[in-house]
Design a protein around this ligand. Structure first.
Ligand SMILES: Cc1cc2nc3c(=O)[nH]c(=O)nc-3n(C[C@H](O)[C@H](O)[C@H](O)COP(=O)(O)OP(=O)(O)OC[C@H]3O[C@@H](n4cnc5c(N)ncnc54)[C@H](O)[C@@H]3O)c2cc1C
Length: 417
């Protein structure tokens, strides 16, 4: 086996992350969780909120804002979740995350669990995320990652050699080890978006599909609504949750909100004979999960994948996924692939999202650019948006816990002076 580092979902840089950054992630997680526990979802009565984009981020924002009393309208160009939000693997995890995202990822996981308990059909399960090390180089990176995540409070276990093999069905017995968080979870995009829509509509909110926003409307120095080809919508607050389409909308009002599109593909196999206990795994250039229907979804991506809004699938992706997945899990080599699909992930220059008020453009907010992790982060994104909005409406200061946790996500950080 080669000593190349091919780990896929380890966006943490173990060699350039201090253990103290782990401490900060733990403090942020605890402080935000406490702040949210003590903050009832209320106080937005009478406020009209227009959300551009019916992906998971727009719908989560609509869900929490409508619970807090806002009069919410979501406008979506396509079908509900018609972009990445309906075409993703549903991973909701902290293991592997860049240290700057760990706190929010953990808050989000807790909220996903709560959504399930509230009766939404999000199919959230804590089945864990395992990062496989194929060689000694990767294992030593995972050892360092384990130390950082431990400091960040992420439940985490490192298994070496045969111990790791014993826990992973169908795996290559030659793997060097694995980093496992039993706390990590997964959900199901289709039922999640549908269920959120139902909840929003049941509170009097509107979710309109095939309603493409052409213009942001400005009046008296603020964004006062939007227009589609045939309708004008007025609102007190407009939230852009348009994933990789965010940049164009921002430019209409002079806001620099850089989000670059990149294709990402998935293949689905036939149902696996190993029922229901194949974990969310990543490594060796690919990642995979078993759906609740027992199929395996295999994805990957990498420098070879194309930038832009293309969503055609390619032979190269099938070859890469097939070759590297079966090298890591030879037991999957006889499981046929039955379909492939692609979506568009949304990349910001520093790989952190844009979340909050757009500076210099009163009335306009943004929640976008989740860098291919937006399904998992969306519950926290929606809840945090609602919390920030409550303080804006009341004219009270945002609690320090929320402000500190969101510092790296400030929407104005790319503005040209
Ligand atoms: C193959 C693949 C696998 C992935 N796997 C995972 C995973 O396991 N875990 C994870 O956390 N994330 C994953 N992701 C990433 C995740 O899907 C995204 O980060 C997330 O869906 C982003 O949600 P969003 O609502 O911000 O954007 P989107 O889903 O892109 O939604 C934005 C919506 O805005 C609409 N829109 C745009 N412009 C307008 C307009 N002018 N008017 C009206 N509507 C408009 C679009 O039609 C779109 O539906 C994956 C993505 C892909 C493609």
């Amino acid at each position: 086996m080669t000593e190349e580092n091919r780990m896929t979902l380890l966006t943490l840089d173990p060699l350039n992350t201090d253990l103290e950054q782990g401490d900060r992630a733990l403090r942020d997680y605890q402080a935000v969780s406490e702040a949210l526990r003590g903050a009832p979802l209320e106080g937005l009565d009478g406020l009209s909120v227009l959300i551009v984009g019916g992906g998971i981020v727009g719908l989560m924002s609509a869900y929490y804002a409508s619970e807090a009393g806002a009069d919410v309208t979501v406008l979506e160009s396509r079908a509900l979740g018609g972009a990445a939000s309906g075409r993703n693997a549903g991973g909701i995890y902290a293991n592997g995350r860049d240290i700057g995202e760990v706190a929010l990822a953990r808050v989000s996981m807790d909220l996903w669990e709560e959504l399930g308990e509230r009766g939404l059909d999000v199919k959230f399960r804590r089945k864990g995320h395992t990062i496989v090390a194929m060689n000694g180089t990767e294992l030593s990176l995972l050892q360092r990652a384990r130390d950082i995540y431990e400091r960040a409070g992420v439940p985490i276990e490192l298994r070496e050699g045969s111990e790791a093999v014993a826990e992973l069905p169908l795996v290559n017995p030659g793997i060097a080890g694995a980093l496992f968080s039993p706390h990590d979870g997964q959900g199901y995009p289709f039922t999640a978006t549908t269920s959120l829509r139902k909840a929003v509509v049941s509170r009097g909110g509107k979710v309109e599909t095939f309603a493409h926003v052409e213009r942001l409307i400005e009046r008296e120095g603020r964004v006062a609504g939007v227009s589609t080809a045939d309708t004008t919508y007025e609102a007190d607050v407009v939230l852009i949750a348009a994933g990789p389409w965010t940049t164009e909308l921002g430019r209409q009002v002079g806001a620099e909100l850089p989000v670059r599109p990149r294709r990402s593909q998935l293949t689905a196999t036939e149902r696996l004979p190993v029922k229901g206990d194949f974990p969310f795994v990543s490594g060796n250039r690919v990642y995979a999960r078993q759906t609740h229907a027992d199929n395996i979804l295999i994805g990957g991506g990498g420098p070879w994948e194309e930038n832009g809004f293309h969503t055609t699938t390619t032979r190269q992706a099938l070859d890469v996924y097939g070759t590297y997945m079966t090298e890591m899990f030879p037991g999957l080599s006889r499981v046929p692939i039955i379909r492939a699909f692609a979506g568009t992930v949304e990349l910001t220059p520093d790989h952190y999202p844009l979340l909050g008020k757009v500076p210099g453009v009163p009335g306009l907010w943004v929640s976008a650019g989740y860098n291919g992790h937006g399904f998992g982060l969306s519950a926290a994104a929606g809840r945090m948006f609602t919390e920030l909005l409550k303080h804006e409406v009341r004219g009270t200061e945002t609690p320090a816990a929320l402000r500190d946790a969101l510092t790296d996500y400030a929407p104005g950080r790319f503005a040209k002076n």
